[in-house]
Design a protein around this ligand. Structure first.
Ligand SMILES: [Zn+2]
Length: 219
């Protein structure tokens, strides 16, 4: 027996494409939030990065479903992972304003949205935290997925800028917010390193970062 909504919008598992619910129980096991901790070194200081899910072929399909196919159930899974790590982060390192890492401009244009910005906004509302989106690309960068460690760090080096309006919150004698950087995936840490470097250089205190997935760096 199918419900009307299933007939109109037959849903398939995001992880394995089998017909049924948005994620089947077998794939759900691959998206069960834990806490994975890494540290990255930026400008001589160490920053904690907490992640919820280890990267796998299934996790990869969840991220791609949100990024490329705008599948809302995938947004929800990413959001749940982020919420889990963020809660742990706040308990251990304190609370702050959420700052999402921007997608490449060409990707945002093609997809019609910056998926991480949308997820971060709704997560901030849900957790009653402030969020801001001051980071943007100052130049073109290549898609990182096929690049090795060295190529990634060259590709992203100096790529982010902080909006002058947001940076001015520091210089006008206001108490600048402490920041927590949000991304979907940490692999080599190159992107988060650059995001934190840009924010630190603009004078902000960064507490660390939270991602939904963590992948072992490529060799
Ligand atoms: Zn499945």
């Amino acid at each position: 027996m199918f419900s009307l909504s299933e007939i109109l919008f037959p849903s398939r598992c995001i992880g394995c494409s089998s017909l049924g619910i948005s994620i089947c129980s077998a794939c759900r096991l691959n998206w069960h939030p834990h806490i994975y901790k890494r540290e990255i070194l930026v400008l001589g200081s160490t920053f904690p990065v907490l992640s919820a899910v280890q990267y796998s072929p299934i996790a990869s399909r969840v991220l791609l479903s949100a990024k490329e196919s705008q599948i809302f159930a995938a947004d929800l899974l990413i959001s749940k992972g982020l919420k889990h790590s963020l809660q742990y982060f706040i308990n251990h390192y304190g609370s702050g304003t959420l700052i999402s890492v921007p997608s490449r401009k060409s990707a945002t244009r093609k997809r019609g949205r910056d998926f991480l910005k949308e997820i971060t906004s709704s997560l901030a509302t849900e957790m009653k935290l402030p969020a801001a989106f001051p980071l943007s690309h100052r130049r073109k960068v290549r898609d990182q997925s096929q690049l090795n460690i060295e190529e990634r760090s060259q590709n992203i080096s100096g790529a982010f800028e902080v909006s002058t309006q947001f940076a001015a919150r520091n210089s006008q004698g206001n108490i600048a917010p402490k920041l927590i950087v949000i991304d979907d995936l940490i692999t080599t840490g190159a992107t988060l390193t650059e995001a934190i470097r840009a924010l630190r250089t603009a004078g902000f205190t960064v507490l660390g970062a939270v991602t939904s997935c963590t992948a072992k760096p490529l060799r």
